[in-house]
Design a protein around this ligand. Structure first.
Ligand code: GLU
Length: 326
């Protein structure tokens, strides 16, 4: 009995010893989740690409990254706020509104939102079936239009545009709320006449829409749009280059925002530091992961489109590189 007790105690202490030896390593392994968008958009590729680069260095920093598909910008801000996400990709207009408590975030300023870097430009992109007869933005009146799922950046921006134009959901014969990844097939199946997407180019969604049905990109112009660009610092005129999609050889005028990478002030600075380091230390590789990243440059990425303060972990890396002053 005595002997048995001794053995059990020895066994227990051996277990404890093992736990003590291995626990620092276990404690150091940290998982981060990056909020993206629909799988046929560009945010999904941003998240996958950042994670790929972070995970390559996992042996040194023990950070494991994943980037699931989400509802888009507004869902990402809300996910970061609730702690469900650590970081996310959000439109620059959504970043501004969330941090300052304007627009759909009226009265709910999220002061702990932090900017990390800017990414690609995102024009407001309207694609219409050729047989719908839609040629101008105003032609959307009376048509079946997917205005975006609640939680998406396009829905948020579209609501601003609709207000500026004096439109509401009754302006359209149908205002559907399909997810970004569902819109192209809805267009091809003739369930909608037009889709709206705030997105980098070229992307899988618009490619799918324009190859499965005859469809064209519609300019988004006029006095209401001019007014928005004049009034808000985060909107700018923008052009979708011709030749990216089947049947769309001409440049198309519209306006747009930028995609940005954000996090919370509560996120561990070491994690943010390692994330930006993984991106900028492998920057050429990163730029090759999607054609929308091709023209990115470091200087613009850390200085433009960011309305929330820089996260201290990102700042530490940028200072270290000599890109910004302490
Ligand atoms: N701009 C869109 C949004 O905020 C997402 C675009 C994309 O997934 O590339 O919801």
């Amino acid at each position: 009995m005595k002997r048995h007790a001794f053995t059990a105690a020895a066994f227990t202490s051996a277990l404890l010893g093992a736990a003590m030896v291995s626990s620092p390593a276990v404690a150091q392994e940290r998982f981060i989740t990056i909020g993206t968008g629909g799988q046929t958009g560009v945010y999904y590729v941003v998240g996958q690409s950042v994670c790929r680069l972070v995970n390559r260095g996992a042996e040194e920093h023990n950070i494991r990254c994943n980037a699931p598909s989400t509802g888009g910008s507004v869902a990402n801000v809300n996910g970061i706020k609730s702690g469900e996400l650590d970081m996310g990709v959000v439109q620059s207009d959504v970043q501004y509104q969330a941090y300052n408590g304007t627009g759909n975030f009226e009265g709910e300023a999220y002061e702990d939102l932090r900017a990390v870097f800017k990414i690609h430009g995102e024009p407001l992109t309207v694609v219409a079936r050729t047989d719908s007869g839609i040629e101008t933005f105003d032609d959307l009146e009376g048509k079946r239009v997917n205005i975006g799922n609640p939680g998406s950046g396009q829905r948020n921006t579209m609501e601003v545009v609709m207000e500026a134009k004096g439109w509401n959901v009754d302006t359209f014969s149908l205002a559907s709320q399909l997810d970004a990844a569902e819109q192209a097939s809805a267009l091809a199946d003739n369930n909608i006449d037009a889709m709206v997407y705030v997105v980098g180019h070229p992307n899988g969604s618009i490619q799918e829409a324009t190859t499965t049905v005859d469809a064209r990109l519609i300019p988004v112009t006029g006095p209401a749009i001019d007014g928005l660009v004049e009034e808000y610092p985060y909107y700018a005129k923008s052009v979708i280059p011709g030749g990216l999609y089947r049947g769309n050889e001409e440049d198309v005028d519209t306006f747009g925002v930028a995609a940005t990478f954000v996090t919370s002030a509560d996120t561990d600075p070491d994690i943010v530091y390692e994330t930006v380091k993984a991106v900028f230390e492998n920057f050429d590789r990163f730029k090759r992961l999607h054609p929308a990243f091709e023209n990115l440059n470091e200087e613009e990425m850390i200085s433009q489109g960011l309305s929330a303060p820089l996260h201290e972990g990102a700042k530490r890396y940028y200072v270290e590189r000599g890109w910004i002053e302490e």
